[in-house]
Design a protein around this ligand. Structure first.
Ligand code: NCD
Ligand code: ZN
Length: 346
């Protein structure tokens, strides 16, 4: 197969930031994606329904001319989140999810949750109204090895929460392990998982062998090759529980190439070309529509996009800029380290 047409894709986990950075990176997403779940880890975070409405207006005002793009808003869960505010946000139809960051797990997560019992009432309200909870699934316990933090989270936090609130609909965000894949598969129709572009392509050697590569550092950190293979198998399987969340997370280069570099890979620009490559290499191009365009809206109970996207394979390698120049500084585009022959038809 050298050409494939799919419904226009959506990104179910995206960091747009704000201000100059948002202005610079937005076109990279709106070029290919119809909708995205917009992560709320701004400084300060998007905590209330009013915060989300104001952020949504800033995104709409920054859209490139002619862009057809629907930002799906998310509230950042804190121990003070009011269940009634969550329900009111959901009732607007513009806020689709609440994001749980264990405090200290990742970029701008210090305002997240320390004591999961303090947010129990919010979980119960969300279960009642059918609103999905997006979870950053890593424990922050200093004694737990960073490569084990996802597996330990599933066992000690996620599974107990789901047992106490079985109707809570949960998206395990950016899973990176075989344990994540297996748990998502075990969960029935209240559980789903997003998978990023970069976790389908890199393992931990890419970060560490031959010199430290800050642009491959993200959280959760990429794991061993066996885990990457499990993610590729899950993403390309067509299973309705797995869908695309790029976790495209722009940081200006000077903050990545640093003694204490920020976590995040920027993949908005080349995700669709890379996914076509990965699915083609597996002989699974037929399942690309499910992963990028159909399973996500089905879980979020939204219609599929009616517009389409065509991808073509040619003899020429796809080109994209090495960096996106923003007023907040240059942002390096994820480099898969191999040539890609799939192109998105304009
Ligand atoms: C994200 C960011 O930079 O906001 N970073 C990352 O490495 N993925 C936060 C997150 O999703 O963990
Ligand atoms: Zn993220």
């Amino acid at each position: 197969m050298t050409q494939i047409t799919i419904p226009r894709p959506d990104d179910w986990h995206l960091h747009l930031r704000d201000g100059a950075m948002m202005q610079g990176v937005l076109p990279e997403t709106t070029r290919h994606f119809a909708r995205a779940i917009i992560m709320p880890n701004l400084v300060p975070p998007v905590v209330t329904a009013a915060d989300a409405m104001a952020y949504r207006e800033r995104i709409l005002a920054a859209l490139p001319e002619g862009a057809q793009f629907d930002p799906l808003m998310v509230l950042y869960l804190t121990e003070d989140t009011d269940p009634a505010d969550v329900a009111a946000a959901h009732a607007t139809g513009l806020v689709k999810s609440v994001k749980l960051y264990p405090a200290g797990a990742t970029t701008n997560s210090h305002g997240g949750v320390r004591d999961f019992d303090k947010v129990r009432a919010v979980f119960e309200t969300m279960a009642e109204i059918g609103m999905p909870l997006c979870m950053h699934g890593e424990v922050t316990t200093p004694e737990v090895d960073i490569f084990d933090r996802e597996a330990v989270f599933i066992e000690t936090i996620l599974d107990p929460i789901r047992r106490k609130t079985p109707d809570l609909r949960v998206v395990m965000e950016h899973i990176t392990t075989k344990q994540g894949v297996d748990y998502a598969r075990s969960g029935g129709d209240t559980l789903a998982a997003t998978i990023t572009t970069h976790h389908l392509i890199i393992n931990r050697n890419h970060i560490l062998v031959g010199g430290i590569k800050p642009h491959y550092y993200c959280l959760p950190v990429a794991k061993r090759e066996e885990h990457r293979l499990a993610l590729v198998e899950a993403a390309t399987s067509g299973d309705a529980r797995f869908f695309l969340g790029t976790d495209s997370a722009p940081h200006a280069d000077h903050l990545k190439e640093h003694a204490c570099g920020c976590a995040g890979c920027f993949t908005a620009t080349n995700t669709m070309q890379l996914l076509a490559h990965v699915f083609d290499a597996q002989g699974k191009l037929d399942e690309l529509a499910k992963f990028a365009s159909q399973n996500g809206p089905a879980f979020y109970r939204l219609p599929e996009n009616t517009a389409q996207m065509t991808l073509v394979k040619t003899d020429e390698a796809a080109q994209w800029p090495d960096k996106i120049m923003t007023e907040a500084g240059p942002v390096t585009v994820f480099d898969p380290g191999f040539p890609v022959y799939w192109h998105v038809q304009p």
